[in-house]
Design a protein around this ligand. Structure first.
Ligand code: SF4
Ligand code: F3S
Ligand code: FES
Length: 249
């Protein structure tokens, strides 16, 4: 069985035209008192993504390297990580855009589980708290609930969220205090608050106007910059704030 670090390359040679050097923050809770850095070299072909280089390390150099991934096509949201200081999906970022040495770390603000894997439970607990599903009152419809294109457009942007946590893991307010619900939760609340078919907007706004809600945001825009789906996260937060203020008038 392959042992952790058995073939690690702590002094990986300088990258050549066809290679990239990866500095990866490693942590094994069963062995390491603190996280530390390890360096690897991986091949780099035109069109390769960071995920390809991480797979090379895991499959051919050090099988103990741990990271989440599933779809490899920017859909499942499982491989958000901090890449050269910015949160990215490893399967969407191209090596050619990252330079000869790439620094790879877990996203910040969530408990570190192992290597590039964080514990997502606090993130999903916050998400669940805003009831991220359609709530309707009254009679069961006898046909589909109709919605105009304009009504659908009102929340179209926030339907694109893949729950990767790149936004929440880039928010300085969340880093300091994980009780803040975080931008991803607000995005997913926005998706239903502005859905004309939903009847629970008031309950969600009540939750989000609390001390750990939307008014904690300091509009730093890190979340918007980090979102791999191009969602206007900060704009969504501002719209939810306005809805709360409007509801209070
Ligand atoms: Fe990821 Fe964007 Fe959704 Fe945040 S809003 S969880 S960055 S897809
Ligand atoms: Fe944080 Fe985004 Fe607001 S990074 S402070 S939630 S604009
Ligand atoms: Fe699914 Fe990257 S592996 S989004």
């Amino acid at each position: 069985m392959f042992q952790r670090g058995q073939r690690a390359q702590p002094d990986a040679p300088a990258p050549t035209a066809g290679t990239v050097r990866l500095r990866i923050r490693r942590y094994d809770p069963d062995r390491d008192p603190e996280p530390h850095w390890e360096t690897y070299q991986a091949p780099r072909q035109p069109g390769d993504r960071l995920l390809d280089a991480l797979h090379h390390v895991k499959w051919y150099v050090d099988g103990s390297l741990s990271f989440r991934r599933s779809c490899a096509h920017g859909v499942c949201g499982s491989d958000a990580m901090r890449v050269n200081g910015v949160n990215r999906l490893a399967c969407k970022v191209l090596l050619k855009d990252l330079g000869d040495e790439v620094i790879v770390e877990p996203i910040q603000g969530l408990p570190l589980a192992k290597d590039l894997i964080v514990d997502m439970e606090p993130f999903f607990a916050s998400y669940r708290a805003v009831m991220p599903y359609l709530i309707t009152a009254g009679h069961e419809p006898t046909r589909e609930r109709l919605q105009s294109p304009e009504q659908r457009d009102r929340y179209d942007d926030t339907t694109k969220c893949i729950l990767c946590a790149a936004c929440t893991g880039s928010c300085p307010v969340y880093w300091v205090d994980g009780r803040y619900v975080g931008p991803a939760t607000i995005v997913n609340a926005h998706r239903f608050i502005f859905d004309s078919r939903d009847t629970a907007a008031g309950e969600r706004l009540e939750i989000l106007k609390g001390r750990d809600g939307v008014f904690r945001c300091r509009t730093t825009f890190n979340c918007t910059d980090a979102c791999p789906r191009g969602i206007q996260v900060t704009q969504a937060i501002i719209e939810v704030r306005r809805a709360i203020v409007g509801a209070q008038i």
